[in-house]
Design a protein around this ligand. Structure first.
Ligand code: DGY
Length: 326
């Protein structure tokens, strides 16, 4: 029997490749850091039964048109805004993602950004590196307390809940906003539901964990930042386009919010000349929410398990559109 053909669009750890090799003929883009050019991706898709993709691969109607054999796409990310899901579903192509395995790692990074932005950690290091650390003085580099503050989480999915859970040791008051109230999260963490306007006004630390979609694109702009406290810290670990970046820059310049911690940007990667990087009250990292060794390895192996299962008639562990399986 001929084995299905799987194509991996970025060099992955051996453990993931081995999972696919058990059931499939596997080809892989050999580069770890350089993305596949679009033409090469379309050529690879043309001969593939399944693709293991990463979040920078655009999986759209054009790709589907070029890929007559394609039956499954396993995206190595929990987010899948790089994929035209309705187009895949219309064609009967299965999409899988990697939920669950990156929850805690991403919540850790949200906290790293809260702490770093609130307590001016990066600014402090830059000051020392620039030779600017003079004699101690009482109000030198004063920041915002995390302990005892009000944490607001917008997006009460797995990651949002994990961010809230971590607040226990910090004596924080907890608020959350979501499309609809989440009683399980309220019961577990004691967080209280607020509408968006109320959470913007109440939060000392506002952490965004919503998925990117038509309802959340551009969700945070000038009108929202104007409602935040002048002492507040805004943290985004979801997707860049949920924030209108020019508005955030203008808002940070006038100190409302007081600071921001950002893992994601409207157009990634950003360069050293990005306007937000010029602001002392911004802590920026390069989309590393899930970037621990264990978690990135587990995301890769889960994506491989999904694709191998989908191509051999087994139930994939984490399907996005299981309805195509019939
Ligand atoms: C995701 O999984 O969607 C993250 O952004 C990358 O880990």
């Amino acid at each position: 029997m001929t084995r299905p053909r799987a194509y991996i669009t970025r060099r992955l750890p051996d453990a993931a490749v081995e999972i696919l090799r058990r059931d499939c003929e596997v080809e892989m883009w050999p580069e770890e850091q350089t993305p596949m050019p679009r033409e090469a991706l379309l050529r690879a898709a043309a001969g593939a039964d399944g693709l293991l993709t990463i979040l920078v691969d655009r999986i759209d109607q054009d790709l589907l048109d070029a890929a007559p054999r394609l039956r499954a796409v396993a995206n190595m990310a929990v987010g899948y805004d790089n994929v035209d899901l309705p187009a895949l579903t219309r064609r009967g192509v299965l999409l899988t993602n990697t939920p669950g395995v990156l929850t805690e790692t991403t919540a850790d990074l949200a906290w790293a950004l809260m702490l770093a932005a609130g307590r001016r950690v990066v600014e402090g290091q830059k000051l020392i590196e620039a030779g600017g650390w003079g004699p101690w003085y009482p109000m030198q580099m004063v920041g915002q307390d995390i302990y005892g503050a009000t944490l607001g989480v917008v997006g009460a999915g797995r990651i949002g809940a994990a961010v809230l859970r971590r607040a226990r040791g910090f004596g924080m008051s907890l608020r959350y906003h979501n499309r609809r109230p989440a009683p399980a999260i309220e019961a577990e963490t004691g967080a209280q539901y607020r509408d968006l306007d109320a959470i913007l006004a109440e939060a000392d630390f506002l952490v965004v964990t919503v998925p990117l979609g038509p309802e959340t694109r551009g969700m945070f702009g000038a009108a929202q930042f104007a409602q935040m406290k002048p002492t507040s810290v805004f943290v985004n670990v979801s997707r860049g386009p949920v924030v209108r970046e020019a508005d955030l820059e203008a808002a940070l310049r006038v100190g409302r919010p007081w600071a921001a911690g950002l893992d994601v940007f409207e157009r990634e990667p950003i360069g050293a000349d990005h306007p937000l990087l010029g602001l002392p009250n911004v802590v920026a990292v390069p989309h590393i929410g899930s970037a621990s060794v264990a978690t990135r390895t587990r995301m890769a192996t889960l994506a491989a398990e999904n694709l191998a299962a989908a191509l051999t008639g087994r139930a994939p562990p984490t399907p996005v559109n299981p309805e195509v399986l019939g």
